[in-house]
Design a protein around this ligand. Structure first.
Ligand code: DAT
Ligand code: MG
Length: 167
């Protein structure tokens, strides 16, 4: 099993619109394992570090204002590419029906959710390293030195559904 970590954020509009449960529910139903969850208001410095690759873009200042405008919810470990498919295209008008953005959003600047775009960024954002041999069954060690989670904020557990989800 290829192990990856992804970082899912319900953005301030998703929290304001009461979509936290709906969005987390989609990841739970898919079978992803939740290992960390927190609610807080993002400081400007953290938002700038998270989106540093987009610093040159014209929409960068409004993106930072948007992300820091209210509380956000973070979710833990999943699978990067699959989570991106559940989320849908960046522009909700191009996101397929059935995806989170396709079903629940209308504008790029209010697209309700974030998901890591690569395993490397999943590690950078969650702090969990990809060297875990089996995401479901094995005990493992990990260190947490990430953008969004501190040491001790991610849990280690084995979902009871694991053998029914993966052969
Ligand atoms: P994604 O969130 O799908 O990974 P991204 O990383 O390219 O997209 O951009 C991060 C966020 O920045 C995105 O969710 C919304 C905002 N954004 C991206 N492109 C934009 C644009 N052309 N106009 C306004 N906001 C944009
Ligand atoms: Mg992105």
């Amino acid at each position: 099993v290829q192990v990856e970590q992804t970082y899912i954020m319900v953005k301030p509009d998703g929290v304001q619109r009461g979509l936290v449960g709906e969005i987390i529910s989609r990841f739970e139903r898919k079978g992803f394992k939740l290992t960390g969850l927190k609610l807080f208001q993002c400081p400007k410095e953290l938002a700038e570090e998270h989106y540093k690759d987009l610093k040159s873009k014209s929409f960068y200042p409004t993106l930072i204002d948007y992300i820091t405008s209210g509380p956000v919810v973070w979710e833990g470990v999943g699978v990067v590419a699959s989570a991106r498919k559940l989320i849908g295209s960046t522009n909700p008008l191009q996101a397929e029906p059935g995806t989170i953005r396709g079903d629940l959003a209308v504008q790029t600047g209010r697209n309700v959710v974030h998901g890591s775009d690569s395993p490397e960024n999943g590690k950078r954002e969650t702090g969990r390293s990809g060297s875990i041999p089996d995401i479901v069954f094995l005990k493992h060690c990990f260190s947490c030195s990430a953008l969004w989670f501190k040491e001790g904020e991610l849990c280690e557990w084995t979902p009871a559904q694991a053998p029914w989800l993966m052969e």
